[in-house]
Design a protein around this ligand. Sequence first.
Ligand SMILES: O=C[C@H](O)COP(=O)(O)O
Length: 304
Amino acid sequence: MSGRNPGAVLDLESLSKVRVNTQAVLKRAQHIQGLKLPKKQWQAAWLLKAVSCIDLTTLAGDDTPSNVHRLCMKAIQPVRYDLLKKLDMHDKGLTTAAVCVYPSRVADASKSLKAANSGLPVASVATGFPAGQTPLETRLQEVRTAVRDGAAEIDIVINRTLALTGQWEVHMSQWESAGMLLKAETSESASHPLSIPTGSDFIKTSTGKEAVNATYPVTIVMARAIRDYYLRTGHKVGFKPAGGIRTAQESLVWLNLIKEELGDDWLCPHLFRLGASSLLADIERQIYHYVTGQYAAYHELPMA
Ligand SMILES: O=C[C@H](O)COP(=O)(O)O
């Protein structure tokens, strides 16, 4: 890991010259989706890798301390112990990368994790999630509250009004890192390489609350922005696709894409996260199938 992203001087002139060859990007995305995926024990290993990169998420209006508690317990023990034992992975400390909740639920998550003696980070969406249309002071207060309550990571919604009207200097000046891991997200599937020089540690495809969220072509553009930044500055910025990622098969394609575009270094929770609420259920189901040769009944895999 190359450490936190310190940010860089915003060179709008160079950035305005960046062009995207849409057809080439679409072709590349199609190629990656067509690549062979690992099978058998290699697939099981990749799926456990995917588990370790999940930001296990609940972002619902009816979230309560009790469902947040279940989420935390699931994040600490994401795959049934006996299944992991069969894979000789029971003593490797497998957890998801983080739990992700609304700011008002951060205290609940921190309390549950602390009570379970877990150091798993709590990530919180903030800054007027998902629209990002609240005044700056309110947005900053949300970040401070989440940090006070125990959040170690903040998923920030960028100010799309400033982005769409090209007010990048104002946009930059609004970032306040609060000394923690920051993930910049858009409210739609769109690449925002301009969030990288602001000091964001991750860029995120989307909030997960839009009709279209994480897509492979958009990811290729974002991954190349991350790569360019790394080549220019030596700093590795992470990537987080979020929204609508539900199947084990999809998680394998995501890992393949990141491996192809950014290399093995990015295949770790420090640099890659899958923002998902229900993906883990399908992954555990596939692992159950690999271990037992049968598909699990609903009650056999306790879910968050
Ligand atoms: O960032 C996380 C997303 O909001 C989760 O989306 P999902 O419920 O479609 O998995």
